[in-house]
Design a protein around this ligand. Structure first.
Ligand SMILES: C[S@@+](CC[C@H](N)C(=O)[O-])C[C@H]1O[C@@H](n2cnc3c(N)ncnc32)[C@H](O)[C@@H]1O
Length: 251
């Protein structure tokens, strides 16, 4: 039998051709963009704000630095980095999806954030920036949506300056079995219902739950980062491992 596994990947629990996945992910985020922030607060009961705060605290970003908020969507991290780097610094919010970028740009403009932020439509797998360019890159709840994660991590490594660091905030594997069971029940039964009620879109939130289960666990992601060159890689489990923050350095 022919081995097609090199040409296929996961879209949630479905196996799809690699060149189909980006289009399907695009459909999800075009569909959820307008309600994205509201749904984030509802689904996580506001806890995503604490995970993002922790990410900022671990970033070590200072005044004058250049930061890439990759798969930055509606710009929660960009807003915080913009204040941290100040007028002499720069934040690039990059995302593959025009609807998410539009929501991000509008939100940040309404918050009075401008000047040191620019917006770039880009695929994490092929970043349109020079080598050794950023002091810090974050990718928050973005990596699991990317078709070729190794290629994306290598692209991030290329555009980081020596001494720079990557932070990957992403859903991960709960540490305790009882927590896993509750979490599964919530993700597969309650989440799609909230999606249906609030955003009239159960399907996208079913994808969210499935994509989380298909994402590499804590140790696997750490090894993937090390395989493309990141050093001193560590991770922090948040909310019992439901989410993990990975950090690695380019030396
Ligand atoms: C769940 S949202 C996260 C948004 C934001 N970072 C946050 O934490 O709230 C995932 C984002 O990843 C973006 N994305 C998906 N695939 C991407 C890719 N290959 N390259 C860049 N961005 C991508 C989506 O368009 C979407 O805006």
């Amino acid at each position: 039998m022919a081995d097609n596994s090199k040409d296929t990947t996961h879209f949630g629990f479905q196996t799809v051709a690699k060149d189909e996945k980006a289009g399907k992910v695009a459909d999800v985020f075009h569909s959820v963009a307008a309600k994205y922030d509201l749904m984030n607060d509802l689904m996580s009961m506001g806890i995503h704000r604490i995970w993002k705060r922790f990410t900022i605290d671990c970033s070590g970003v200072r005044r004058g630095q250049r930061v890439l908020d990759l798969a930055g969507g509606t710009g929660d991290l960009t807003a915080k980095f913009s204040r941290l780097v100040g007028e002499t610094g720069e934040v690039v919010l990059a995302d593959i999806n025009s609807s998410m970028l539009k929501m991000g740009r509008e939100k940040l403009r309404n918050l009075g954030i401008a000047g040191n932020v620019s917006y770039v439509q880009a695929n994490a797998e092929a970043l349109p920036f020079p080598d050794n360019y950023f002091d810090c890159i974050t990718i928050s709840f973005g990596l699991r949506n990317v078709t070729d994660k190794d290629k994306a991590l290598a692209s991030m490594f290329r555009v980081l300056k020596p001494g720079g660091r990557l932070l990957v905030l992403e859903f991960s594997k709960p540490l305790l079995e009882p927590l896993s069971k509750v979490y599964d029940a919530y993700s597969f039964h309650i989440l799609p219902r909230i999606g249906q009620l609030v955003a009239n879109d159960a399907e996208s939130y079913r994808y969210l739950a499935e994509s989380i289960r298909m994402h590499p666990d804590q140790e696997t992601l750490k090894q993937m980062m090390e395989a493309v060159g990141f050093e001193n890689s560590t991770y922090y489990n948040l909310t019992g491992g439901i989410v993990a923050l990975h950090r690695g350095y380019k030396f």
